[in-house]
Design a protein around this ligand. Sequence first.
Ligand code: LLP
Length: 434
Amino acid sequence: NEKYFTNKEGHLVIGGVDALKLALEYGTPLVAYDVSQIRSQIRAFKEAFAKRKFPAVVSYASKAFSAIAMYQVVAQEKAHIDVVSGGELYTAIKANFPMDKISFHGNNKTRAELEMAVEHQVGVIILDNFYEIELLSEVLAEQDKNIRVMLRLTPNVSAHTHEYIQTGQADSKFGFDITTGQAHSALKKVQANPQMELIGLHAHIGSQISAVAGFQMEVANLFKLINQWNAQDHYQPKVINLGGGFGIRYTEEDEVLAPDVFVGAIVDEVKAQCDQLNLKVPEIWIEPGRSIVGAAGYSLYTVGSRKNLPGMTDYLTVNGGMGDNIRPALYQAKYEAVLANNPTAASVEKVHLAGRYCESGDILIDEQSLPATKPGDIIAILKTGAYGYSMASNYNRVPRPSVVFCENGYAQIVVKRETYDDLVSNDCFLEKEL
Ligand code: LLP
């Protein structure tokens, strides 16, 4: 079965570990990753370039799931990472992640964040806007240091995906526009600063993309610009970074393409453009997030209350919800769940799988087929590894779950469960009557 594995007891298995044992030992809600799936996805992207003998960098977009242990796994796989905040950068520093393999993104990096990035000499800062070019110039002058940069461009491609997560169309808050003189004036500014080494151009067209056409258009649009810049300014990038967005199959409805198919299409398009325009072949960088960790993550919950109304679908409630996975409430994202002690059991009913948070929209799965369940049963929602824990909150003052990594039959905690004390640890008592 491509969706999940079971053991001889018929229980769901995650990274060789029985899901019921995980729930018993670590409690629920629990986010459990099968680490071998993370590794095999990173390897699949790397091998897709290697077999085509194409110079490339695979950079894990760590906003999808960031933790010290995650950065350790990426470092073991000799891939790069993207960070988008001082917090992600700090976590990578704590993990001893090689600084030269870090790309720093963001459309409003603060002076303090830029100072931190320059001080630690991150591999590349991806410049998003004119204000940032000014800020970074000041920081470089103060610290008397150089840094490598890329320009983030708005590639003017709109991927067919949920509108909240579109970033590539012309009217976007991200990057320098290529349909006006904006991108060119950014090029001139960066070239005029001897402390910035412009290694390449970056674009990102969106997320959960299930076709290659958007990436081909992105490449074509970038090369149109590179061709102009080559003629006018004798500038050709060493690197083109095409961003992330490679989709995964959450449910049967989703179409899915293998990393090899995406990479094949991208490589072919880059080669074709370079041939046609007689340009140097750049190194290709990609930034997959979801496709690295999405399918590797499982959310384990315990079944609690049930509400039944005659003639209507029952609400079956679990002990987590929008605080640990906001994607259904925020994007109407679809998932599938199984009963952890018997994932293959025939279903007897359809339920609304509801969360425990005080909001009607906190429904994890609107229509889930399940076998008979009782309170205390463990339900696993599949493929919650991307943008689940990383978007978790303390809404309703519910502590965030713990995260475990499982591999080769061995499990270990990589993020501890929050305690009630953690929740109040930043609260301060009123000192005097206001
Ligand atoms: N690179 C850049 C510049 C990005 O903005 C993103 C995602 C990625 C790479 C990684 O994209 P991925 O391969 O994961 O699709 N919270 C939303 C997704 C937001 C994506 C934001 N940018 C969700 O839960 O669907």
